[in-house]
Ligand binder design. Structure first.
Ligand code: ADP
Ligand code: NI
Length: 216
């Protein structure tokens, strides 16, 4: 059943833009499996949440945060999965996404925590940097503008509708991630990836010829 879902997810993401393509889903799936092997939880539930966490992403579906859960539910039923499993996944999927610096994360079971950690870990480090600029590029955003400062968003709507340059995304999300990772194995991975982003920013500012404009 997981395999059937995987084939459908793979086909769906194949032509998507580099920050949210099949390889992102595959990395999240593999990292989720690694973390699950250490932290425990229901493996099948973890795999399905990882595979389905970005189907009907609100960033691409016109801002609907709930649709992802319903689509995930349907795809599991279509693949012959149980109602119970489909319901569990549909409750986890909408809670995975980051919704703003000042918006608290919703509570999740261990399976949800694992996938949320894996998804966030793929948004930081070298791959995270590449994804951020790919996403910014797809939205026609500038790399950087020293005159436009970051904003700590208080609501998911404000966060979703913000149109800023990509360096601000580091302050609005990426540098916050290490403190929002929940599993011990995830925290270890986050530490090194966080340091790498800080050195990237330092180098970026030095090439731009300005002093670091804001502190982490
Ligand atoms: P989430 O659902 O938490 O946003 P995703 O798996 O959909 O997580 O991935 C978000 C990806 O999109 C990250 O790599 C992130 O850097 C990128 N992204 C989202 N918003 C922006 C933005 N405003 N500027 C640059 N990158 C962004
Ligand atoms: Ni994702």
């Amino acid at each position: 059943m997981v395999h059937l879902v995987q084939s459908r997810v793979k086909a769906y993401f194949l032509d998507k833009e580099g920050s949210h393509d099949w390889f992102h889903i595959k990395r999240v799936l593999e990292l989720s499996r690694e973390i699950q092997a250490i932290e425990g939880g229901n493996k099948e539930l973890v795999e399905l949440c990882a595979l389905l966490h970005d189907v009907s992403d609100h960033k691409y579906n016109g801002g609907d945060y709930e649709l992802g859960g319903a689509v995930a539910r349907k795809w599991i039923i279509d693949a012959g999965g149980s109602n119970e499993l489909a319901n569990q996944v549909s409750l986890i999927v909408p809670k995975i996404s980051y919704k703003g610096a000042n918006v608290e994360d919703q509570e999740l079971s261990i399976e949800g925590q694992i996938v949320r950690d894996a998804d966030r870990l793929d948004a930081i480090g070298a791959i995270g940097i590449a994804r951020a600029f790919a996403y910014g590029g797809s939205k026609n955003r500038p790399l950087f503008n020293p005159d436009i400062k970051p904003i700590m968003h208080d609501s998911k709507e404000a966060y979703l509708n913000a149109k800023t340059h990509t360096v601000n995304h580091f302050y609005e999300k990426l540098l916050k991630i290490k403190d929002r990772i929940e599993t011990p194995s995830g925290k270890k991975i986050a530490k090194q990836r966080h340091e790498f982003m800080l050195s990237f920013l330092e180098q970026f500012y030095s090439e731009w010829n300005i002093r670091a404009s804001y502190d982490d």
